[in-house]
Design a protein around this ligand. Structure first.
Ligand SMILES: Cc1cc2nc3c(=O)[nH]c(=O)nc-3n(C[C@H](O)[C@H](O)[C@H](O)COP(=O)(O)OP(=O)(O)OC[C@H]3O[C@@H](n4cnc5c(N)ncnc54)[C@H](O)[C@@H]3O)c2cc1C
Length: 336
């Protein structure tokens, strides 16, 4: 286990905010995971598992505890009669997993191309994009259980997946350290109809190849036009959740002329639309820019502190509530 001291959280997170973490422990084997939690217990330190930091916000005062980062990498394929099982170590960069699956002609995660982060973080908020979500193909997760101090395998049924949700960010937050994930993928193509923006791109560019490789290229091209590259621009991606409402509320919203997406996952009001309608698209608030291409994305252009982000967030959430009566909920996790 590699032990680092006094590391700025701003250097570990894509929003690039946050003071020093007392310890950052990098683990390269399951035994080192147990050792890292043992170390934290010995010195009575709080712990926080961190991946690439693309969905995590650091605070100005830092973290007086131990951040634990999974550095175990590797993808093992097991081909079966009806597809393949991919066992992926949690420290593997997620987009490498998608690239690997697409190269093998396997469908199931191609629409999740270019989502920044590590594979071990992907189940936490059940990553999703362009009509696919991790829970569609995830079979199980190998974890270290800090409550029983044992290594366990949790199957999908135990993980209670929902929109941007699992037990890891709700009922069992902080209990498990994810070591690896296992996906079940199949050869072939993603079924149509595709997500709206994918269909539009396919029409506009007269695409006829729907193989995983081709969908990966299309998704990457669409993302490049809208979403910031975390290596160049500081952001945490979508800053707020979309809003899911009941059928009754949906009828009222339609009467008011609000755009509604009625999908298999429920009635969705686009949070980006609410932010745009509240007049924030492209605006700079306390050093935080509301993206003019994707208003759900907040970019840290010149914010000096977490406090600046907090002020910007409060303005946006408050105005959207005053105008529409819905509270926007934050997506990124607070490192505290
Ligand atoms: C430009 C941009 C675009 C994005 N686009 C999308 C998108 O299209 N769809 C989408 O769903 N998300 C998107 N995101 C959000 C982000 O990419 C995902 O949430 C991703 O899974 C975060 O991975 P990470 O390794 O950076 O997680 P981190 O931010 O490091 O951690 C996220 C959470 O996972 C927990 N965690 C991390 N590692 C472990 C572990 N080993 N065991 C247990 N818990 C752990 C952390 O404690 C934290 O709660 C985007 C972000 C950015 C910056």
């Amino acid at each position: 286990m590699r032990v680092n001291e006094n590391i700025l959280i701003s250097s570990l997170t894509t929003m690039r905010l946050g003071g020093p973490a007392r310890y950052v422990l990098e683990v390269t084997s399951p035994q080192e995971v147990a050792d890292a939690y043992g170390f934290a217990e010995q010195f009575r330190l709080r712990t926080f598992p961190l991946g690439y930091g693309a969905n995590t916000l650091g605070h100005d005062e830092g973290f007086n505890g131990a951040i634990i980062i999974n550095r175990m990498q590797g993808i093992a394929d097991d081909f079966t009669a009806d597809g393949a099982r991919l066992k992926v170590m949690g420290g593997e960069y997620w987009d490498n997993v998608v690239a690997h699956a697409c190269e093998k002609g396997l469908t199931g995660i191609e629409a999740l191309s270019k989502i920044p982060g590590l594979a071990g973080s992907a189940p936490v908020q059940n990553i999703g994009a362009y009509g696919q979500q991790l829970s569609d193909t995830l079979e199980s997760v190998d974890v270290y259980d800090t409550a029983s101090r044992t290594f366990r395998t949790l199957t999908k049924e135990n993980l209670h997946f929902d929109y941007r949700q699992s037990i890891f960010n709700t009922t069992e937050r902080g209990r498990y350290f994810i070591i690896s994930i296992t996906l079940k993928l199949t050869p072939g193509e993603m079924p149509r109809p595709f997500y709206n923006s994918l269909e539009r791109y396919i029409d506009d560019h007269s695409v006829t190849d729907f193989s995983p490789q081709s969908i990966r290229q299309i998704v990457s091209a669409i993302r490049d036009t809208k979403l910031p590259d975390p290596l160049k621009v500081a952001s945490a991606g979508s800053f707020f959740h979309n809003i899911y409402i009941s059928d009754e509320e949906a009828e009222k919203a339609i009467e008011k002329g609000y755009p509604m997406h009625r999908g298999k996952d429920g009635n969705k009001i686009s949070a980006a639309w609410l932010i745009e309608q509240a007049g924030f698209k492209g605006k700079l608030l306390h050093g935080i820019r509301v993206s003019d291409k994707a208003p759900l994305v907040l970019i840290n252009e010149s914010a000096k502190s977490y406090n600046d982000l907090e002020k910007a967030r409060e303005e946006i959430v408050g105005h959207v509530y005053d105008k529409f009566g819905w509270w926007l909920e934050q997506e990124p996790v607070e490192l505290q």
